[in-house]
Design a protein around this ligand. Structure first.
Ligand code: AMP
Ligand code: ZN
Length: 467
C-alpha cells in the first residue's frame, strides 16, 4: 500500500512500525452539536482507510477522541443552562448513533478530554520542565514555538511569519496567525463551573494538547497514522507535533492523511456558515445510512466533494440497481457458464479493486472494477449463460468489495420485499393459531407491528404487508 503523506507532500510506501498492526489516531468531534455530513465525510474517509488496511490483512488499533471541553462546548452549555457533562452527553450519544447509521466501524478507543485531565497536566509539566512552556501574566500556560526547531514542517508555514511573543488563547484562529498557543487556559468567569486544579492554578487544557496527551496514552510516543480534515492541519496538527516531539524527543507520527472538504455551492460545509445538513436531516428526507455513505465515499478523499441531494438520489439508484442484481444472482437457474469462468472474472475484478484501494485509496478506479464486474455478469445473465454455482462465486466477490464499501448489502432482501425473518415470524404466528395458542399468536402480531409489519389472515392464507 502507499498513501499521500501530508508530511513531505508525496506518495509514500506504507510500512507500519510493527508489521501487521496499524496504530491510527483520528481527531474526533467537538460534541457541542450534531455532527454535520461534512464532518462525516472525514469520518467516512477514515473508515474506508481503516477497512482498506484490514482488507490488506492488518489489525488496526484506532483512537478517536471526543472533545468534550473547549470554548464552544462551554459557551453553548452555558447558553443552554446545563452543566457541561449533561450538555455534551446528548451529542456524544447522537454521534455514536450516527456512526452506526453510516456503518462506520467502531474505533478501539474513544477517549474523552474531560476524563484525561491528569494525563494532560503531566504532559504540560514535562513541557514546562524542558523549557518549552511558560506561564504568562494572564495565568495561562503557553507553548513557545520559537523553541521548537521543526515548527511549521507539516503545514509548511513560513517561519518568517512567526512573531515573537504573539499569543493565542482561543481554540480556533486564523490560518495565518502563527503564534504561541495555550496549553493550559486559566479559568475566567465565562467558564462558569468548568475548571480543574493544576500547578498553574485553576483552568482547563487547550484543544491541541488534548490530542497529544490522549494519543500518547493509547498509542505510545510514535505511531503510524494520524488523520483529520484539511482544516485540522494548521494549527491543530502542527501544534500536536510541536508539543509531542518537544515532550518525547522523538518523531510523533509517520504518516499524516488529510481529507478534503465537503462543500455546498462550492463553499466549505460548516456550522458557522450555516450551510450544512446533519445526517438526521437526510434520514428525515427518507435517505438511508447506506445511501448517504455511498454518496460520501465515492469521491477520492483528497478531492473536494460538492454535496447536493442529487448525489443521494444517484446513490439510491445505484444501490437499488445492485440489490436487483444480487437478487437475480441468488435466484438463478442453470446455464452453461461455469464456476471457473466466474472465478476468472472475480479474480480480475478483485485485483483491479485491491490495486486501486492500495494506491492511496483510489476509489474511482476501485468502483470502476466493481461496475465492470456487474456489467459483465449482467450481460452473461441476460444471455442465460450463468449457472447458480458461478453466481455464488460472483456474490462472494461482491461481499469482499463490501468489506470496504460497506453499503452493498449483498445478502439483504431488496427494497419492497419482505425480509425472511418477518416471514418466519408470520409463519410461527400461523402455527400458533392452528394450535389455538391465541396468546402467542397475538404476541407475535404485536412483535411484527413493532417492526412495522401487519399480518392478515385471509381465506387464501396469511398475508404480510407494511404497516
Ligand atoms: P470539528 O468537530 O469541527 O473538530 O470537526 C471534526 C472533523 O470534521 C475534523 O476532522 C474536521 O477537519 C472535519 N470537517 C469539518 N468540516 C468539514 C467539511 N466541510 N468537509 C470535510 N471535513 C470536515
Ligand atoms: Zn486532534
Amino acid at each position: 500500500m502507499r498513501f499521500f503523506n501530508t508530511l513531505g507532500r508525496s506518495l509514500q510506501e506504507f510500512q507500519p512500525i510493527q508489521p501487521g498492526i496499524v496504530q491510527m489516531y483520528t481527531c474526533g468531534p467537538t460534541v457541542y452539536n450534531f455532527a454535520h455530513i461534512g464532518n462525516f465525510r472525514a469520518y467516512l474517509f477514515e473508515d474506508v482507510l481503516r477497512r482498506t488496511l484490514e482488507y490488506f490483512g492488518n489489525k488496526v488499533v484506532q483512537v478517536m477522541n471526543l472533545t468534550d471541553v473547549d470554548d464552544k462546548t462551554i459557551r453553548d452549555s452555558r447558553a443552554a443552562g446545563l452543566r457541561l457533562p449533561d450538555f455534551t452527553r446528548k451529542y456524544k450519544d447522537a454521534f455514536f448513533e450516527d456512526l452506526k447509521t453510516l456503518r462506520i466501524e467502531p474505533a478501539e478507543y474513544y477517549p474523552e478530554a474531560t476524563t484525561h485531565i491528569p494525563e494532560m497536566i503531566a504532559l504540560i509539566q514535562v513541557l514546562f520542565d524542558k523549557g518549552f512552556a511558560y506561564q504568562s501574566e494572564d495565568g495561562s500556560v503557553y507553548f513557545s514555538i520559537s523553541r521548537s526547531a521543526g515548527y511549521g514542517q507539516l503545514a509548511r508555514i513560513d517561519r518568517e511569519q512567526q512573531r515573537a511573543g504573539v499569543r493565542i488563547n482561543t481554540d480556533e484562529y486564523e490560518k495565518d496567525a502563527v503564534a504561541d498557543f495555550a496549553l493550559w487556559k486559566a479559568w475566567s468567569p465565562s467558564d462558569g463551573d468548568v475548571k480543574w486544579d493544576s500547578p498553574w492554578g485553576p483552568g482547563r487544557p487547550g484543544w491541541h494538547l488534548e490530542c497529544s496527551a490522549m494519543s500518547m496514552k493509547y498509542l505510545g510516543k510514535t505511531f503510524d497514522i494520524h488523520t483529520g480534515g484539511v482544516d485540522n492541519m494548521f494549527p491543530h496538527h502542527e501544534d500536536e507535533i510541536a508539543q509531542s516531539e518537544a515532550a518525547n524527543s522523538c518523531k510523533f507520527v509517520n504518516y499524516w492523511l488529510h481529507c478534503e472538504h465537503l462543500t455546498i455551492d462550492n463553499k466549505k460545509m460548516s456550522k458557522s456558515l450555516g450551510n450544512f445538513y446533519t445526517l438526521r436531516d437526510l434520514i428525515a428526507k427518507g435517505y438511508t445510512g447506506a445511501e448517504v455513505r455511498w454518496a460520501l465515499i465515492g469521491t477520492h478523499y483528497r478531492s473536494k466533494l460538492n454535496f447536493s441531494l442529487d448525489l443521494c438520489d444517484q446513490a439510491r439508484g445505484t444501490l437499488r440497481k445492485f440489490a436487483g442484481f444480487f437478487q437475480r444472482l441468488r435466484t438463478l437457474k442453470k446455464g452453461p457458464l461455469g464456476k471457473e469462468k466466474a472465478r476468472e472474472l472475480a479474480r480480475g475484478a478483485e485485483k483491479s479493486f485491491a490495486d486501486a484501494m492500495g494506491d492511496d485509496l483510489g476509489i474511482a478506479e476501485a468502483l470502476a472494477a466493481v461496475f465492470t464486474l456487474e456489467r459483465t455478469v449482467n450481460a452473461a445473465l441476460a444471455a442465460n449463460e450463468f449457472e447458480s454455482e458461478a453466481a455464488d462465486v460472483i456474490l462472494e466477490q461482491f461481499r469482499r468489495f463490501d468489506r470496504i464499501l460497506g453499503a452493498l448489502d449483498v445478502d439483504a432482501a431488496p427494497a419492497g420485499e419482505i425480509p425472511e425473518e418477518i416471514l418466519e415470524l408470520a409463519r410461527k404466528r400461523a402455527e400458533a393459531r392452528k394450535a389455538r395458542d391465541f396468546r402467542l399468536a397475538d404476541e407475535i402480531r404485536d412483535q411484527l407491528k413493532a417492526q412495522g409489519w401487519l399480518v392478515e389472515d385471509t381465506p387464501g392464507g396469511i398475508k404480510v404487508k407494511k404497516a
